[in-house]
Design a binder for this molecule. Structure first.
Ligand code: ADP
Length: 622
């Protein structure tokens, strides 16, 4: 017998599981069922595609036994692929996959410590330590003779020793603790299995003893019984008419490791040139790894009901990575290689049809405003990524995107915006920035307000990158109002009565004082209440975008200076022309610039100087 230490991350994880996970304890059973089912999937695939495994007598099944009397144990056995000595050590102790770290990071934050998340991070096995003091795993790998036993109390180390097992597969025995004692009754086990694992494609048998009573109510000898407790069919292959919403929801829980019902689903049996079945779900909440590069794919690929992979991120485009579900093709060869999957035409066709289906389902969802708000709050960011990732479906996506706006309390669609456009309005105006409150108060939109023109307020970082690439919605161009020429097409610009020649010397003088800070100083017709604002030159990135790029760690960006616009009708500007004190003139010029930066929600480079200047002016005014 040899003892090994757990890898330190696994140790931390176990510590966390033992000491701070209390909710949803029953999910350990879901995780074990799911692992057993994966092990059966793997062996099934080999028996169908690999000569070495063809002679194996493969009877896929999962058995659950329990002892409610002496030891309080729960045992789960499968006839799957099994693990050899090395795999036992790697999978259950040594290799901490990326999920372990991610899960630990999340759990040490402020979030509610919810064990439900554990399976979504791919570290489900360890959840057994919520209900057990000691766990034994006896396993024999298919095609190998020897079996091994892994044992651990989850505290620091595990043991591996030789063992006996009649055939390939894995048997896991849990020595239940106080919390786990409930799982030694036929009904509690059956109800949890039905809830989370009813639609696992292999039969799950529960072994229990039944004590018969005779006519006089006297107890007779008890008898062992075995009963299949799940439906064990490939649910997605069944006709839609035979399935109830409940069935769909249950199945979703089996494949997603989520305890909640999905928001919606779409089930398709395609026949014709290609024959395939797809079943896609949209969860209510974003999967916890949605914004991680190493996110796990949520779609499983089957060929004629045989599981092929759940680890192919190409099955759906990345922007739909929150979708969960199944693709089952009748036309792909069983032994399709993973590398070739990427280039496979059949799969490419299924993929593009699937994307259309999912988007059209989201479209249907959008008809119900309340439900759509729920969806949109969770998934708007990936959906917007689709605008640059998926050119083919851009128009459909544009109809699914919503924005905040100066004219709507709620989020609004582009088609609604279009309907509200003024008869002579040529553009869809928008302003990007960090939050709606800043945007609503930006001097940049004063003129649009005055002319009763709607401006979309975009406060997701991704907007700033995506909208300039999209260019148009139904032939109407987008126009960012934080550009130097943006307001030139507005009535206020055309009607201006300012004598530009007269104001020129003032502009030159301000420009001289701000030559380090700005590219140019211009007269503005878009301002009414504010004295100044900053904008980006027509083809330059906006100040917000530069800010984002810096925050994302792009260091050597050339500094691109903004343009300062001043309001010739404003009292300060009118009076500034008459200021002869050079220092005062410079202070005011700088303050005009700095307040314009602040109001855009961007940090000042030198707040101390700003405060000094401001105080000087305040002292003077008193
Ligand atoms: P995940 O299943 O998400 O990979 P787990 O922590 O549940 O994470 O399991 C770790 C690994 O242990 C699995 O990936 C699998 O390789 C192996 N494993 C677990 N249970 C079994 C089983 N019943 N049969 C064969 N291998 C198993």
């Amino acid at each position: 017998m040899a003892k090994y230490p757990f890898k330190s991350e696994v140790n931390q994880l176990l510590h966390l599981i033992i000491h701070s996970l209390y909710s949803h304890k029953e999910i350990f059973l879901r995780e074990l069922m799911s692992n057993a089912s994966d092990a059966l999937d793997k062996l099934k695939y080999l028996t169908l595609t690999n000569d070495e495994f063809k002679q194996i007598d493969f009877k896929p099944q999962i058995d659950i036994m329990f002892d409610e009397k002496d030891q309080k144990t729960l045992t789960i056995a499968d006839t799957g692929i099994g693990m050899n000595q090395e795999e036992l050590a790697d999978n259950l102790g040594t290799i901490a996959n990326s999920g372990t770290k991610n899960f630990l990071n999340l759990m040490t934050g402020d979030v509610k410590k919810d064990s439900n998340l554990i399976g979504q991070f791919g570290v489900g096995f360890y959840s057994v330590y919520m209900v057990a003091d000691k766990v034994e795993v006896v396993s024999r790998k298919a095609g190998e003779e020897k079996a091994y036993k892994w044992t651990s109390d989850g505290k620091g180390e595990y043991e591996i020793e030789d063992a006996k097992r009649d055939r390939n597969g894995t048997t896991i025995t849990l020595y239940l603790n106080e919390e786990g004692k409930d799982f030694t009754s036929r009904w509690s086990i059956e109800s949890v299995v039905k809830k989370y694992s009813n639609h696992i494609a292999y039969p799950i048998f529960l072994h229990f003893s039944e004590t018969k009573t005779d006519d006089k109510g006297k107890k007779q000898k008890s008898e062992m019984k075995v009963e299949q407790i799940n439906t064990a069919s490939a649910l997605w292959k069944r006709s839609k008419d035979d399935l109830k919403e409940e069935d769909y929801n249950e199945f979703y829980k089996t494949i997603s490791h989520d305890t909640d019902d999905p928001l919606t689903y779409v089930h398709t049996h395609a026949e014709g040139a290609l024959e395939y079945t797809t079943l896609f779900y949209i969860p209510k909440k974003a999967p916890p790894d949605m914004f991680r590069v190493d996110y796990k794919s949520g779609v499983k690929l089957y060929v004629k009901r045989v599981f092929i992979t759940d680890d192919d991120k190409e099955l759906l485009p990345a922007y739909l990575r929150f979708v969960r579900g199944i693709i089952d093709s009748e036309d792909l060869p069983l032994n399709v290689s993973r590398e070739l999957l990427q280039k496979n035409r059949i799969l490419a066709n299924i993929k593009s049809a699937s994307v259309k289906k999912i988007l059209s389902e989201i479209g249907k969802l959008s008809l119900d405003k309340e439900k759509y708000k729920e969806f949109y709050g969770e998934f708007r960011k990936p959906l917007k990524e689709g605008l640059y990732e998926d050119f083919t479906n851009r128009d459909t996506l544009l109809d699914l995107i919503r924005f905040k706006s100066t004219k709507s309390e709620d989020i609004t669609s582009l088609s609604e915006y279009k309907q509200r456009m003024k008869p002579d309005q040529k553009f869809i105006y928008y302003l990007t920035g960090e939050n709606v409150e800043t945007l609503k108060n930006s001097p940049l939109i004063e003129v649009y307000r005055k002319e009763d023109i709607e401006v979309l307020l975009m406060d997701d970082e991704v907007d700033e990158l995506v909208i300039p690439m999209v260019i148009k919605y139904k032939d109407i161009e987008f126009k960012s109002v934080n550009r130097s020429d943006a307001a030139s097409d507005l009535k206020s610009s055309r009607d201006n009565k300012v004598d530009e020649k007269e104001i020129k010397p003032l502009i030159e003088k301000i420009k001289e004082k701000l030559k380090e800070e700005v590219k140019d100083v211009k007269i503005s017709y878009r301002l009414s209440d504010s004295p100044s604002c900053v904008v980006a030159d027509e083809t330059d990135p906006s100040i917000q975008l530069q800010h984002i790029m810096k925050a994302m760690g792009q260091k050597d960006l050339p500094q691109i200076k903004p343009i300062l616009e001043i309001n010739p009708e404003h009292e300060i500007i009118k009076k500034l022309g008459a200021v002869s004190d050079d220092v005062l003139f410079e202070d005011i010029s700088k303050l005009l610039f700095e307040q314009a930066i602040l109001i855009e929600g961007v940090e000042l480079k030198n707040p101390t100087q700003f405060t000094k200047r401001l105080n000087k002016i305040l002292a003077r005014a008193l």
